[in-house]
Design a protein around this ligand. Sequence first.
Ligand code: PFF
Length: 463
Amino acid sequence: MAAAGSAIGLGNIWRFPYLTGENGGAAFVFVYILCVVFIGIPVMWNELALGRYTQKNPIGAIIAVRGKTPWVIIGILSFIVCFLVLGYYSVIAGWTIGYIFTSLFKVQMNFASFTANLAYMIPLYALFIFLTIWIVQCGIEKGIERWTKILMPILFFLCIVVCIRSVTLPNAMAGVRYYLVPDFAKITPQVVLAAVGQAFFSLSVGWGLMIVYGSYMSKQQSIVSGGVSVAVADTTVALLGGFMVFPAVFAFGKSPAGGPTLTFEVLPQVFEMMPGGSIVGAGFFLLLMLAALTSSISMLEVPVSYYVDEKKWSRKYASWIVGIMAFIVGIPSALSCGASQWLSSVEFVGQKGFMNIMDQFFGTLSLVLIALLICLFTGWRCNIHDFVDEMAIGAPGFKQKRLIFSLAQMWMFFTRVLCPTVLTVLLLSQIGFKINPVHVAIVLFLLLAILHFVFPAKRKNQA
Ligand code: PFF
């Protein structure tokens, strides 16, 4: 439940719809689902197994398996990503707090002037980070699980209510078609990168977080079915997110490629067209804020668990120090939605605005890099059978052959061959290498597949 609470958040309702709109609609949704199944879930299992096997935080886990080698970079990168994303994630979560009140009191708010107004932005942002720190300092089970179990089902129910209103608006069917009927010609490497990045963002995979949560799992629990349940719950909410937004986007005659503000511009209009809309709207944004909170606490948990485990800081001290630092580092993001001209228009890595640059760099590219390194680490540098054995604890069917292969054999193939191929090609094409992605993918795939079958990882008792 805690992992599902981490996965379900702004990524589903804010980020997924706007990326779908920017990347061609249904074609993106199609690629996204493939990415969740074939890349997201295998890497999530990988992280959970690494965590439960070592009983450590991301940095400690790598050191526990292979000592102080350069692979520790995986843990360090996870730490940095969680810390930096926490800043801008909380800025957006602050918007949801603002929207609770504007919905409730029916304040007509122009979104652009809201985000440009520092008198709203900074206090809302500070309030959200404060809530995050306060829960994390209380400790993991008490803090996180209590919230998640009660609130997520209510959010789910409200999402369905909003979807029903959205798809029954006039001209909503154009939006449904845009969302569900793919035009495969729109699939480019850029779209695949956005989809893989979004899968990692939304599933909370590639952040080291699942290593931490794996370390909190008991040996009776199944990593395999637990991971699948989290992915199913997360993807369901993301798909609902799209169903809430796109029919309404078309009904109101807006552009689906409206960027990061899409959800926040469209949903208030949907609420206005519902009976009791101000209460439904306020309730929705309240629950969305709480969903963001169960995500942000897990983001803060990664650096905090490191300081508590390895540096022996108290949980309270670590939560406050890391949280306040993340707040300071996130201030430029809060200023980059209109308040500061320069931060709002600065361009880098193909993105405009400081927050979008941070999101592309740390919320997309870094996750792909971390996931790639994790696959290479467990697949090629460690003995992958250690992790297969770990996953089989609590999931005895994992090693049983079904038809030709067992799930364990498939997972090993995905971890050693398929995921590294896709992730490497995406990174190379992003870093600016002028490659033909399909050719490079085929060569790399064949190479890794040959190595995989010719030099299979040895089981310990075979060695
Ligand atoms: N998965 C969260 C979302 O979709 O909003 C974001 C997230 C939270 C990622 C916590 C990573 C993490 F550690």
